[in-house]
Design a protein around this ligand. Structure first.
Ligand code: NDP
Length: 249
């Protein structure tokens, strides 16, 4: 593989499975040192072992993005080890689909805290370093759900629309500091995401939809899109990428 990210330092949240895991592997394969953040330490360690077995470089920092101390500790650990943050992939997310009238408020709160507030806080924590460097790239994983709202997805839609709005406002603030921002909007990707849907009927429908009505994307398909965005020359800012399975309507 290429070496276009040699010497770059990338933090990836939600690196313990799915899109985050594939993205960390893809960035490491192109020479980036990757900082692996999520709650499940065993999965992160296994990924780090795989990356290191392929001559890559990884640092495991167990992180709950809903905890501000964890966010600050993640940035500190990265700077202690590498002295820079070139790429931040805010990917951690949960999709707890429920109709509003039957929704558990705890699920609303978790989605906002992980998908939106966690991303905002980690961006806030990493930004001063990028501004000092005069370069940096913040990749925020949104969704098609950040562009189109659908019944039973209200809370999730709210967080992903929020991610898009936050990212565009941030872009206008920091683009002249050399800091780039990319919004990634995947359609259906075959990961663990739907396993946590609390409403059994909706969960069944989503799982059937993934398996029967289309060939879903693989995490690697999104990792490739992210790799493309962060591998562009400094004067090129890929602001937004919408990627659906070809047969997803
Ligand atoms: P996964 O469930 O496989 O991955 C989600 C990741 O988020 C896990 O690594 C999980 O790690 C992490 N995470 C969850 N809660 C927290 C937390 N509190 N602190 C830190 N990390 C956390 O699903 P995907 O890979 O599909 O999801 C990745 C992103 O892609 C999400 O933002 C999702 O919304 C988005 N997306 C996914 C689509 C799909 O169809 N799969 C479509 C569009 C967007 P751990 O549990 O170890 O903390």
């Amino acid at each position: 593989l290429g070496s276009e990210l040699d010497g770059e330092v990338a933090i990836v949240t939600g690196a313990s499975s799915g899109i985050g895991e594939a993205t960390a592997e893809a960035l490491a394969a192109r020479g980036a040192s990757v900082v692996l953040a999520a709650r499940r330490e065993t999965e992160l360690e296994a990924l780090a072992d795989r990356i290191e077995a392929q001559e890559g470089d990884a640092l495991v920092v167990p992180t709950d993005v809903t905890e501000e101390e964890d966010i600050d500790a993640l940035v500190e650990a990265t700077l202690d080890e590498y002295g820079a943050i070139d790429i931040l992939v805010n990917n951690a997310g949960v999709m707890l689909l429920e109709p509003v009238e039957r929704a558990d408020r705890e699920n609303f709160r978790q989605m906002v805290e992980v998908n939106l507030l966690g991303l905002m806080n980690l961006t806030h924590a990493a930004l001063p370093t990028m501004q000092e460097q005069g370069s940096g790239h913040i990749v925020n994983v949104s969704s098609t759900a950040g562009r189109r709202a659908n019944a039973n997805s209200s809370g999730y839609n709210a967080t992903k629309f929020g991610v898009n709005a936050f990212t565009e406002a941030l872009r206008q603030e920091v683009t002249t500091d050399g800091v780039r921002t990319t919004i990634i909007e995947p359609g259906a990707v075959d990961t663990e995401l739907q396993e946590h849907i609390p409403d059994e009927k909706i969960k069944q429908r989503v799982e059937e939809g993934l398996l029967e009505s289309m060939q879903p994307l693989e995490s690697e398909d999104i990792a490739r899109a992210i790799t493309y965005a962060v591998s562009q020359p400094q004067h090129v800012n890929v602001n937004e990428m919408l990627i659906r399975p070809t047969d997803q309507q």
